[in-house]
Ligand binder design. Structure first.
Ligand code: KG4
Ligand code: ZN
Length: 337
């Protein structure tokens, strides 16, 4: 079985083809970063317009590169939510139109389920049940996963998502968008231990997160320094990143203790962060459990995770009518297997 995946939920157009025998055949990505950079964040209308420009030529290219004819495609998976409504509608309209023309099903995929399943595209795949930490630009969620679509929410961010906090701190430090990789790069030259940042919500029980206080703490730390030097900025970037990684480590330990699962999966854009991976590697070694994460290019948005999730849902017999609807807000716990 072969599935075409289309991702258009935010500022990346992703198109991929996944085959259940041969694996990932092609994975194309166009990032709109250059378009949005000048605005310091994603401009929804510009995102939608660019998805319209890119999606069909990329689908054509993906078919050509993988030597796939339309008769080889068994289903089209597209991101149905959560995300920017206009951007989602581009992918949904294209997927449904092609599904109509090619007489195959179109399957709407939950973007965060796509992220959650991305580590399964690696040869060493996690087995259910596991604890999953989804850390992206829009979400920070801790889940207990019993099977496909069987996700129990253990905790989530009450305010900013982890990626959002990275992006905002990057802005404060005068770095570009998206901020996560830039903060991580600057933190490399930081000196540890100069600043002690808080570990929010670790002083009370529970698995929820809050990152907006850390953002304010960063802002106040910067405001206390007249004309901060590059070294001082690097020290702050490192203190912030360490605080995020450490806070997440503490919450993951609690989730592992609570569920007694022996696997931990991290996914979403922030799972590319090496400091976070190192903190969770250490935790996993201490807990005697296994840590799984996607390969680097599959941490952030991509079509491969949507094609893969589509294949799993196709195998369960999922299908939809041809009406076009998207879910800009859509709790992952509403999914079923
Ligand atoms: O999953 P994703 O591509 O998009 C959403 O679904 O939101 O995540 C994007 C987020 C951005 O906030 C970006 O700054 C962050 O992931 N990110 C990182 C790193 N790479 C991407 N954050 C920290 N360290 C990184 N290396
Ligand atoms: Zn994403």
């Amino acid at each position: 079985m072969r599935v075409l995946g289309i991702e258009t939920s935010c500022d990346e157009t992703g198109v991929a083809i996944f085959d259940d025998q041969e694996g990932l055949l092609v994975d194309l990505l166009f990032s709109q970063i250059e378009i949005h950079k000048a605005y310091g964040g994603v401009v929804p209308e510009l995102a939608s317009r660019d998805h319209i420009r890119k999606a069909l030529p990329m689908i054509k290219q993906a078919l050509e590169e993988s030597k796939t004819t339309i008769h080889d495609i068994d289903a089209i998976a597209y991101t149905a939510g959560p995300g920017l409504v206009g951007a989602l509608l581009v992918g949904a309209s294209i997927a449904k139109s092609l599904a109509y023309a090619w007489h195959i099903p179109a399957i709407g995929i939950h973007h965060m389920e796509g992220h959650l399943l991305a580590p399964m595209l690696s040869p060493d795949r996690p087995e259910y049940p596991f604890v999953a930490l989804l850390v992206s630009g829009g979400h920070t969620q801790m889940l207990s996963c019993e099977g496909l679509g069987q996700y129990e929410l253990l905790g989530e961010s009450l305010d900013d998502a982890a990626g959002e906090a990275f992006d905002k701190v990057a802005k404060m430090l005068g770095l570009g968008y998206p901020g996560g990789p830039e903060v991580a790069e600057l933190a490399k030259s930081g000196i540890a231990g100069i600043y002690q940042f808080p570990r929010p919500m670790t002083d009370r029980p529970g698995l929820d997160f809050s990152f907006s206080g850390l953002k304010t703490f960063t802002m106040n730390t910067l405001a206390d320094i007249d004309a901060p030097t590059e070294q001082e900025k690097a020290n702050i970037a490192l203190a912030f990143q360490t605080a995020v990684a450490d806070t997440i480590r503490i919450k993951c330990k609690r989730a592992l203790d609570k569920t007694v699962h022996s696997s931990l999966v991290i996914a979403g854009g922030v799972s590319a962060n090496l400091a976070l991976r190192a903190a969770l590697e250490k935790l996993s070694a201490d807990q005697g459990c296994r840590l799984y994460y996607p390969e680097f290019k599959l941490c952030t948005d991509n079509g491969a995770m949507i094609a893969y999730a589509g294949l799993q849902r196709l195998k369960l017999g999922h299908d939809e009518d041809l009406s076009i609807s998207v879910m800009p807000r859509w709790p992952i716990t509403q999914l079923s297997g």
